[in-house]
Write a protein that binds this ligand. Structure first.
Ligand code: AOF
Ligand code: ZN
Length: 342
């Protein structure tokens, strides 16, 4: 059980964490609050990205001597490893806190041994105080460490009748300016964009994250093209801000593993129907962002190649649907629970 002061401190830590990271970061969002021995809240801080102090260190700095005999309340299990910064468990022991409360265990292994070290030093540990909220905050970072692969978002821009290109292969532009701007903002929040060599050769996309004025977003996702065919050095995807990677494979799982090995935890799939079908068949699509434009194309390319009979086809769960400019955006997530028939 948490005391009322600890519950309030945990809420404050979650609120701070949600504001902590500006966009894509290799580290997870984390918040920490410190209670003095008399249960007064004396510090709240968040982690602001790789290379900057972890939330605990930042909060303990604010708390100073008031942390001694107090409680550190964290949204994530404090780390025990030396990465870009030192172990938080050392900082907590040095500060002399009497109790540590954290919402969820770190699935990355970076906090292995933390609880044991704290307890051995006489510090009380309340582990997994709010696993659901903790995991939700960790988002794709938590998903990727739990599944040992990046989280995959499949982005589609299609006509009302589900075509992603007309019968002649033309696909630019099906959706409007607002949808395009939204896609660029999404690109700035993922670790990598994945496409096929076929799309690179046919459409020559840049696959960068750009603002309305054409300038680049601060964070550029790794641009990845998978497939056997050579990519000309003059292809737009090769140059530009950020990095480009060509993976000579047709195996989606292998490609995702290569991306994961580079420390990337989220991927947006922006590809043709062949790669989309392969990713779906391999069970490697976790969510779909489907932009629909108010246009009918009749004959044309479907979003994904495959055959999924209605009786056994995978059902997706609708999370939200909204207007984006003159287009519609629906957000779907995979769910093992069958959809209710109406
Ligand atoms: C914490 N508090 O605020 C964060 C943690 O390489 P580093 O030093 O930046 O460490 C990154 C890892 O530390 C990250 O993978 C995750 O396991 C943990 N993040 N841990 O105790 C924090 N951001
Ligand atoms: Zn840490």
């Amino acid at each position: 059980m948490l005391t009322p002061a600890e519950s309030a401190a945990l809420d404050a830590a979650f609120a701070a964490a949600a504001q902590g990271l500006p966009g894509y970061d290799p580290n997870p969002p984390v918040g920490c609050a410190v209670l003095r021995a008399d249960a007064t809240l004396v510090a709240v801080a968040a982690h602001h990205g790789a290379g900057t102090p972890h939330a605990e260190v930042a909060a303990l700095r604010v708390a100073g001597a008031q942390a001694r005999g107090g409680t550190a309340v964290v949204t994530l299990q404090p780390c025990a490893h030396t990465g870009r910064t030192g172990p938080c468990v050392d900082a907590l022991l040095e500060a002399g806190v009497a109790r540590v409360v954290y919402a969820v265990t770190d699935p990355s292994g970076h906090a292995d041994g933390t609880d044991e070290r704290l307890r051995a030093a006489g510090v009380e540990v309340r582990a997994d105080a709010d696993v659901e909220r903790g995991l939700q905050l960790l988002g794709t970072w938590g998903f990727s460490h739990t599944n040992s692969r990046p989280h995959v978002t499949w982005k589609v821009a299609a006509s009302l009748d589900g075509r992603v290109a007309d019968a002649a292969g033309a696909s630019t532009w099906i959706t409007g300016d607002a949808a395009r701007a939204r896609v660029h903002a999404l690109r700035a929040r993922v670790g990598a964009l994945l496409t096929g060599t076929g799309t690179v050769l046919a459409d020559d996309p840049q696959l960068t994250a750009r603002k309305a004025d054409g300038s680049a977003h601060d964070h550029q996702p790794l641009r990845v093209a998978m497939g056997m065919r050579d990519i000309p050095r003059a292809a737009a995807v090769v140059s530009g801000p950020g990095q480009f990677l060509h993976l000579r494979t047709h195996d989606v799982a292998y490609a995702l593993d290569q991306i994961w090995q580079r420390g990337i935890h989220s991927v947006m799939l922006e590809c043709g129907p062949g790669l989309a079908g392969a990713a779906l068949n391999a069970g490697l699509v976790d969510e779909v962002l489907w932009f629909t434009a108010g246009v009918l194309l009749g004959q044309g390319e479907p979003a994904a190649l495959g055959q999924w009979p209605l009786a056994s086809a995978q059902r997706w769960r609708l999370l939200s649907a909204s207007a984006v400019g003159e287009d519609a955006l629906s957000h779907w997530q995979i769910d093992a629970t069958p959809m209710e028939k109406v």
